[in-house]
Design a protein around this ligand. Sequence first.
Ligand SMILES: *[C@@H]1O[C@H](CO)[C@@H](O)[C@H](O)[C@H]1NC(C)=O
Ligand SMILES: *[C@@H]1O[C@H](CO)[C@@H](O)[C@H](O)[C@H]1NC(C)=O
Ligand SMILES: *[C@@H]1O[C@H](CO)[C@@H](O)[C@H](O)[C@H]1NC(C)=O
Length: 391
Amino acid sequence: MTLPPKMKLLLFLASQTAVFALFILLYSHNFNSLQMKEEPQPAYMHVLILSSWRSGSSFVGQLFGQHPDVFYLMEPAWHVWMTFTQSTAQRLHMAVRDLIRAVFLCDMSVFDAYMKPGPRKQSSLFQWEGSRALCSPPACNIFPRDNIIPQAHCRLLCNQEPFEVVEKACRTYSHVVLKEVRFFKLQVLYPLLRDPSLNLHIVHLVRDPRAVFRSREHTAKELMIDSHIVMGQHLQKLKKEEQPYYAMQVICQSQLEIYKAVQSLPKALRQRYLLVRYEDLVRDPLAQTARMYEYAGLKFLPQLQTWVHNITRGKGMGEHAFHTNARNALNVSQAWRWSLPYEKVSRLQKVCRNTMNLLGYHLVTSQQEQKNLSLNLLSTWSPAEQVYQEG
Ligand SMILES: *[C@@H]1O[C@H](CO)[C@@H](O)[C@H](O)[C@H]1NC(C)=O
Ligand SMILES: *[C@@H]1O[C@H](CO)[C@@H](O)[C@H](O)[C@H]1NC(C)=O
Ligand SMILES: *[C@@H]1O[C@H](CO)[C@@H](O)[C@H](O)[C@H]1NC(C)=O
């Protein structure tokens, strides 16, 4: 087919325009995607505070939970464990993992499996009042979103909200932070670390096992069901007085294994892990909080700095997380030294020795050493830095 010259010219021009338009389109597309790449990491962040019972994790949870950018829940997997009280930690691992993933993605329908059917309130959630996000809009319209909200006030004024507000609130936050004490292996979390729909970062909070042991003795009744699940099949074989040591052995061993598993991760994944010793936090709350916030991509806002300063100095918040001033908190963290008999300390050190060596908690070899408070038992070696140096 032949075309008149005029027509050919028109077609030529049209095709040039099309190419030009396509070029603009592609170029601007590239330009946009380049720009997006240059922007900081995805705005959303999922932080798992991985800890054990009586290790200061409620306090660390509060440090995150009171931040106005954070939707926080304390121990959501409590619901899994309390549904299967005759089970073992190993058998419940995957259910716990899947629940955590759903909650990170604000899918609260996952609780259907662990709560009574029928209408429920947000107060059906374990320790819901410890979440500032559930005490402020859109969950509860009584307190402003950027206020520090005391748990007691929230429990009183926000306990009638329907369960649906939990999911609704979660979806309005850039950061979801969960504290969990029911993981004993890092391997369980690998799929979540690699999950492209998550931006998972782990804060591994540890505490001197001797202090944990003493604190567990004081809360043995409340911890009974959990402790039975921790001991699992071994429970039947253990004498009653052996049980607390065996539970601690499992806990210490799991901390050791989690730490070691991190060393064998690819470097990119290793940077999603931060080890925090409770004792370091007690000694310098502002600096350690700043370190955790930076890791989680959170601004340490002035009102939060004042708040952390206040609560760790015993000002303003009454019986909040820390209970006492910083000097007392330090003292409390040493309480095992005069309140535990050396026989118990010695026996505990036998089952937790490797973990203590790794985390920088010096062993005591006599009652004199134990009671001598001028003897510092905390190594200045920073395990977290060690992780990065090796990489
Ligand atoms: C800190 O304590 C001071 C003095 O008690 C009090 O006036 C202030 O409101 C407190 N601030 C916060 C954020 O808790
Ligand atoms: C720490 O607490 C113990 C026991 O309550 C007390 O005897 C001791 O004086 C306290 N030390 C400091 C430095 O507060
Ligand atoms: C306590 O420990 C300090 C520091 O190691 C030491 O100088 C002191 O002699 C010890 N006191 C006793 C009574 O053992």
